[in-house]
Design a protein around this ligand. Structure first.
Ligand code: B4P
Length: 189
C-alpha cells in the first residue's frame, strides 16, 4: 500500500503515521523528521533546510524532491510506504507522480486529517513548551498555517478528483483518530 497523510501543521500527521505504518506494515517516511535529523547532524542539507524551517517556510522543492526520491529508492519501501508531510506543493505532487510511474506504481489512498485551527495552535503551543521545537513559536506557527492553506490545502482537491482522498476528523484522542483512519482505509487492526 502506498499512502499519503495530509493536514495542517499540528493535525497529528506524524502521530498518526507512526501508528498507521505499524498497523498496516509499511515504512513511515516523514520529510519533517528527515529534515530535523539533518539539521541536528549539521549536514549540508540540514544547513540549507534550517533557515526555511525556522521561519515557517517550506524547504525548496528541489532539495525536498531529491531527498524523497533517494528515500523511496531504498529497499524497505518495496512493500509500501506512508508519506507524512509530502507532497506539500503542486510541484512535489508532479515529482511524486513521476517517481512512482518510473517504478510502475501510483498512490493508493490519501488521508486528510481535519482539525480546527484553534486546536492545532493549542497543540503546537503545547509541543513548544514540551519539546522546544524551533518552528513552534507563536509567530512561526501562524506563518506555517498560512503557508499550508496557500500551498498545500488545495492539493487535497486534486487527490479528491483522482478518487483517492479520504477525509477523517483528527479531533479527539489519538487512539480514536487512529481507529477512524483505519476504518476509512478498510484496514482491520
Ligand atoms: P512536519 O514535521 O511535517 O511538522 P508538523 O506539520 O508540525 O507536524 P504534524 O502534523 O506531523 O504534527 P504532530 O503529529 O507532530 O514539518 C516541519 C517542517 O519541515 C515544515 O514546516 C517545513 O519547513 C519542513 N518540511 C517538511 N516536509 C516538507 C515538504 N514536503 N516540503 C517542504 N518543506 C517541508 O502533532 C503535533 C502535536 O500535537 C504533537 O505534540 C502531538 O503530540 C500532538 N497531538 C497529535 N495528535 C493529537 C491529538 N489527537 N490530541 C492532542 N494532541 C495531539
Amino acid at each position: 500500500m502506498r499512502l499519503i497523510i495530509m493536514g495542517p501543521p499540528g493535525a497529528g500527521k506524524g502521530t498518526q503515521a507512526a501508528v498507521l505504518a505499524g498497523a498496516i506494515g509499511v515504512t513511515h517516511i516523514s520529510t519533517g523528521d528527515i529534515f530535523r535529523l539533518n539539521v541536528s547532524n549539521a549536514t549540508p542539507l540540514g544547513v540549507q533546510a534550517k533557515a526555511f524551517m525556522d521561519a515557517g517556510e517550506y524547504v525548496p522543492d528541489d532539495l525536498t524532491n531529491s531527498m524523497v526520491r533517494d528515500r523511496l529508492s531504498k529497499s524497505d519501501c518495496g512493500a509500501g510506504f506512508l508519506l507524512d508531510g509530502y507532497p506539500r506543493t503542486l510541484e512535489q505532487v508532479g515529482e511524486l507522480d513521476s517517481m512512482l510511474e518510473g517504478a510502475g506504481g501510483c498512490v493508493d489512498k490519501v488521508v486528510e486529517l481535519i482539525v480546527d485551527v484553534d486546536e492545532v495552535v493549542n497543540r503546537l503551543v503545547k509541543r513548544s513548551a514540551d519539546q522546544g521545537r524551533s518552528d513552534d513559536g507563536e509567530g512561526v506557527i501562524r506563518r506555517r498555517l498560512e503557508v499550508y492553506f496557500e500551498a498545500t490545502a488545495p492539493l487535497t482537491e486534486l487527490y479528491e478528483k483522482r478518487g483517492l482522498l479520504v477525509r477523517v476528523s483528527g479531533m479527539g484522542a489519538v487512539e480514536d483518530v487512529s481507529g477512524r483512519v483505519l476504518e476509512a482505509l478498510g484496514v482491520n487492526a
